[in-house]
Design a protein around this ligand. Structure first.
Ligand code: NAI
Ligand code: UGA
Length: 441
């Protein structure tokens, strides 16, 4: 099948590479010339495990090409996938300007049989509006075929998620359109759910908001665990063993971040509001998450009294491991809050230092290794559960002024905690460990 994809971000590029991997001929279009140049040379502009390898393999096989030209990129495309950003606008609703621009960009080159698929996360009704824009521009009514095909990949595991999805949602108002889009995915052998366009758009928001709410729920349980002396990691195992609840998304910590949950929860709450439904549960999901993101700062202030002139090593900056994405990362709020308290912050991330610098600038200092960050630190904050942070070298802790660790992901290797008899360890929602040799510091 001949597929064109607009947008070579996390979703567009992962989709493009995977569709080529299963045998389709894919052209990826982006307006960013620099990205396209980089991709043509076989380099991925984003950090995503296994992406660059499949990019090079499929480019070499002649199934994957990149262009900035809509005319060239859309030539004889059977399916045109729109995967551009829908970031949060100033009023909290998604900014649809990139999608609208895509509609304008593709209109002159649409052939009769082509299907326009919106993969970006868009509010209910957007597919219909985009269809109208295209119809007006093309001056044709009957032949614009549209489908909603929301994406569920997670950053850090984007390739695996795209090749092995739990389900594929296809929303279309015509059976033959849904079937044609489904044909594209047949080699994946994944369950497909066909719905109306509006339902497909809604499934995406309902899923993300549900997962975010599950996280705020377990985080509030974690806060309660600290008060009553229970351990939230045991609670998660106990709850998760119930199939109706499920074990995933029960890892308590410093709350959710990233380019999707924060904006999608807000967008759904706004949609509900516009229709007279006060979805107060989502308001609470967001409130809990906002407070949770700075919980390590609150804990450290309690431990030290104040944080002025305290040196804090921030380990991990990206919003989750295995990505360099800093969009809405909890580390941003934590770093700013520490700086406001007068602390000296030195941060380390295996891949996100340079993206972080674009956002945080000189508010903090950047280290080139865990060890660099930890030297003479008064405390470590574990912010992102990268493998090298979870299993950090015990000897590194001996270089701190005093090994005090605030673990925002409850992820530090048990052996490390047990190996040190001078450690103070403060996880989230679990009993703290303060070894007997502790001295005032
Ligand atoms: N990042 C993620 O993990 C997921 C994102 N989504 C949704 O997918 C959509 C895309 O998200 P990301 O991939 O993160 O975005 P991104 O910001 O990483 O990439 C968007 C790309 O679109 C390009 N672009 C903008 N206007 C264009 C145009 N007119 N023609 C061609 N290219 C254009 C930009 O240059 C950029 O490279 C959003 O709606 C997001 O909510 C859905 C599932 C997962
Ligand atoms: O629409 C999207 O963009 C995507 O949003 C999320 O994917 P993503 O944001 O990439 O990553 P997640 O693994 O969901 O993590 C989101 C945040 O929740 C946090 N999280 C996740 C799981 C958990 O148990 N605990 C927890 O704190 C992560 O650290 C991260 O900050 C969804 O999981 C994807 O299905 C969806 O496609």
């Amino acid at each position: 099948m001949k597929i064109s994809i607009l947008g070579t971000g996390y979703v567009g590029l992962s989709t493009g590479v995977c569709m080529a991997e299963i045998g389709h001929y894919v052209t990826c279009i982006d307006i960013n010339q620099q990205k396209i140049n980089q991709l043509r040379q076989g380099f991925s502009p984003i950090y995503e495990p296994n992406l660059e390898n499949l990019l090079q393999k499929n480019t070499k096989a002649g199934r994957l090409t990149f262009t900035t030209s809509h005319q060239e990129g859309l030539d004889s495309a059977e399916i045109i996938i729109i995967a551009v950003g829908t970031p949060q606008g100033e009023d909290g609703s998604p900014d649809l300007s990139y999608i609208i621009q895509c509609a304008k960009d593709i209109s002159p080159y649409l052939t009769d049989g082509a299907i326009v698929v919106i993969k970006s996360t868009v509010p209910v009704g957007t597919n219909e509006n985009i269809q109208k824009i295209i119809m007006n521009r093309c001056n044709r009514e009957s032949t614009i075929k549209m489908a909603s095909n929301p994406e569920f990949l997670r950053q850090g595991t984007a390739i695996n998620d795209t090749l092995h999805p739990d389900r594929i949602i296809i929303g279309a108002n015509k059976k033959e359109v849904a079937e044609k889009v489904g044909e594209m995915y047949l080699p994946l052998n994944a369950p497909m759910i066909m719905t109306s366009i509006r339902s497909a758009e809604m499934i995406k928001y309902a899923s993300n908001a549900f997962l975010a709410t599950k996280l705020s729920y377990i985080n509030e349980i974690a806060n309660l665990c600290e008060k009553v002396g229970a351990d939230v990691t045991d609670i998660a195992v106990g709850m998760g063993a119930d199939k109706r609840i499920g074990e995933s998304f029960l890892q308590a910590g410093i709350g959710y971040g990233g380019s999707c949950f924060p904006k999608d929860v807000k967008a759904l709450e706004l949609t509900a509001n516009q229709h007279g439904i006060h979805f107060s549960m989502l308001k609470e999901t967001m409130r809990i998450n906002n407070e949770q993101q700075v919980i390590l700062v609150t804990k450290a202030k309690k431990r030290f009294g104040h944080l002025r002139a305290r040196k804090i090593a921030l380990l991990g900056l990206s919003f989750k491991p295995n990505t360099d994405d800093m969009r809405d990362a909890p580390s941003i709020k934590i770093a700013k809050s520490l700086a406001n308290e007068g602390a000296e912050v030195i941060a380390y991330d295996p891949v996100a230092n340079s993206n972080a610098r674009k956002i945080l600038g000189n508010t903090i200092n950047y280290a080139s290794s865990v060890e660099d960050a930890a030297i003479d630190a008064d405390a470590i904050f574990i912010v992102t559960d990268w493998d090298e942070i979870k299993h950090l070298d015990v000897n590194i802790l001996k270089k701190m002024r005093w090994p005090i660790i605030f673990d925002g992901r409850n992820c530090l290797d048990e052996n490390i905690i047990n190996a040190l008899d001078i450690v103070e360890y403060y996880p989230v929602g679990r009993p703290s460990i303060i070894h007997p040799h502790q001295q005032t510091h």
